[in-house]
Design a binder for this molecule. Sequence first.
Ligand SMILES: Nc1ncnc2c1ncn2[C@@H]1O[C@H](COP(=O)(O)OP(=O)(O)OP(=O)(O)O)[C@@H](O)[C@H]1O
Ligand SMILES: [Mg+2]
Length: 497
Amino acid sequence: MLTKIELENFKSFEGKHTIDINNLTTIIGLNSSGKTNILEGISILSNISSGIDITAFFNKYAEMAKGNIRGGASGCCRTRKKVFGLGCTIKKSNGNSLVYSLKIDVANEDRVYVDEENLYELTAEGGKHLLFKTIKKEKYKGDIVVEYDNKKRGKNPRIQCDRSYSILSQLDQKLILNNETLNEVQKLIDNNEDKDYIAVNFLKDLGTKNKNTIYQDIELIKENIKNVQSINPNPDKVRNYVSRDNSPIFTDASNLSAVLDRLISGYRMAERRYNRYGNHVNHEKNSVDLSHKERYEEYKKKYDMLLSIVRLLPEYEIKELSTIITPSPLRDVMFTCVEVHNGNDVKMPASLLSDGTIKVIAIATAIVTSPDNSVLLLDEFDSGTHQTKSFELLKKLFEVAKERNIILVVTTHNTSLLNQYTVKYLKGTSIVFRAKETGNSEIVNFYDLNGVEKLLARGGLGDAALKDGLDEYLYTQENKEVALPEWLQNIGEGHNG
Ligand SMILES: Nc1ncnc2c1ncn2[C@@H]1O[C@H](COP(=O)(O)OP(=O)(O)OP(=O)(O)O)[C@@H](O)[C@H]1O
Ligand SMILES: [Mg+2]
């Protein structure tokens, strides 16, 4: 489970900063405080660690996915710095934590590469074990030497990696096994053993040799951060026909119709198959073939979740989502919303839908189509949503996300939404603000503020909670050194009756 993200000299964050990640993480703060910067950091970490060519990612792929890293590679670095860092913490099921960090050198936009990268395991008892780290960096070399733990006595082995990709993406089971095999052979040769002896001993050992498990930890990190999807829908780009393809939803949701087409036509097909073959007995297995049923139910569940989110906003009923397809040979697609007006079904194509409706359909589609274990980044998730509907929407998104094992990271400017936050939402809320003296971005977890417990015990979790809690915090002696900005005192004002 992903529990923390770390940023170092990244955009508005000077030095090291950590943000806690919960199943629902809410980031609040004034304009330009650093909220979107955090989301960009998470997205970059995911992309780079997955093994994309780092230079190409900043120059090309980011644009291709219709998202963009503002300011490219050099824009990621705190001004006057040449290296920025990103990292994450993953909690393992045994209670230990894996701490991964990556530093990227951006001095030359045409060659952006790994400056440092390491992975440590922290035990519940406070121990710290190296799993791998880069050593010896020679500025102009394409390779970087990596030392890793082979879970054996003696010196850790070393291996060369290409620094235009993350080490994490290179150091897989195969590479480690090969390196260990080579090291073994080398050792035998160095000891001047005769050829037959080498062969015999080598083969004898091969089966028992590799107790090394670091690649399992490496896989765990990859698994938890590989599916990060950022959604910031641009309704104008959704209102056109698009070609049908297999891409996941783009950041700007411009291919929303294609993604919905896949979901809806997949659902219809599964339904037809199920109706036709669902009860057929498979004579070989002597049982009813369940695969049609399962597939149908899986689609139905996703489609129902989608509709349950989309239905929250408008005053009229949304009966279903469907698609219209242009005649061949083009066969481009646009989704439509079947609305019920006055008891009549009206098919409303995407080209006519409201901004708010399109945004919600895009977010709902992302949440039901993302793979399990995804992290969904929703910047200003409720922009364009009526204030009275935001909390309902968030609750629903959170419910679906939990069911699908998806982590939601959202930002919002909506104070009336925050007033409705209960403990479980507050626990995942972080405040981003600029430190008065330095202008650097700072992150504070709301639940770490002093006095929050007391105020929650008082029962008021709405505006009073937010207001009193932060006020109290501001005036608490122990916290004098952290000067929170003035605007925080006013959260919830105007809702106190
Ligand atoms: N490389 C950089 N070095 C220093 N500061 C930077 C860098 N890149 C961006 N910033 C700062 O970060 C700000 C943008 O922050 P961000 O987009 O995260 O704000 P936000 O909290 O999302 O605000 P909004 O609510 O307006 O969207 C910029 O205005 C700039 O001050
Ligand atoms: Mg922003």
